[in-house]
Write a protein that binds this ligand. Structure first.
Ligand code: SF4
Ligand code: SF4
Length: 210
């Protein structure tokens, strides 16, 4: 999920997909590129992803965050992002990838469900609401884009059991918008050493106390 600058909309990679547009895609075991996409990813996780994954793994949110993610604060952001940590192997595979595919498939994150579509968020100032934009953007090696099964955004979301995930992701985007300016003052992440309590408390509330 990226926040999109309306002035740069036309420069974004991929084909924009609107509600009635279609795209072709099919992924299945046995396709030439099977499992190739589940490696070396910047795989952003949102709170609902964390909730589903930690329940699927039978561990607490704290344990999940300790074992499976990197927390990063990107320049110009005032709330950290949570990324699934890829393995340390040369291939940097997803920790949930096994020979037969995704070992947590029923609880895979929103980004994996949405692929090969990428979501972006555009703030609609007139309606004071976030609106989702969608781009068809499979990597070149993905052979699924050459299959002839056709989808719309809604048929794809339903097929991937992603409707609730998308709703949660938009809600999270609305909440995160509150952090577009620095709300922390002296208690923020730029403050030295132990002066981070408010920031830490907020992360733990958002991701860990689910
Ligand atoms: S690269 Fe595309 S077709 Fe191949 S396994 Fe991944 S999603 Fe499926
Ligand atoms: S969570 Fe599953 S679908 Fe997503 S990258 Fe990892 S193995 Fe692939």
């Amino acid at each position: 999920m990226k926040y999109i600058d309306i002035d740069k909309l036309k420069e974004l990679p991929g084909r924009r997909i609107k509600a009635d547009d279609t795209f072709s895609f099919r992924c299945y075991p046995g396709i030439e590129c099977f499992n190739r996409c589940c490696r070396n990813l910047n795989l952003f996780l949102y709170p609902y992803d964390v909730l589903r994954l930690k329940n699927a793994l039978g561990i607490s949110s704290d344990e999940f965050l300790d074992q499976y993610v990197d927390v990063v604060l990107r320049s110009g952001n005032f709330f950290p992002d949570v990324l699934l940590r890829m393995s340390a192997s040369k291939e940097k595979t997803c920790p949930f990838l096994v020979d037969t595919g995704c070992s947590i498939y029923a609880d895979r994150p929103d980004i994996c469900r949405t692929f090969p579509i990428e979501h972006g968020i555009l703030y609609d100032a007139a309606r004071k609401k976030d609106a989702a934009l969608h781009f068809f953007r499979p990597p070149d090696f993905c052979q699924g884009q050459h299959e002839n099964q056709e989808w719309t955004l809604s048929t794809w979301s339903r097929d991937q059991d992603a409707v609730l995930y998308h709703r949660m992701t938009i809600r999270w985007a609305e909440l995160k918008r509150l952090f577009q300016t620095d709300p922390w003052g002296a208690e923020g992440p730029q403050a030295p050493g132990p002066k981070w309590p408010l920031w830490r408390l907020t992360i733990s509330t958002a991701f860990a106390n689910l």
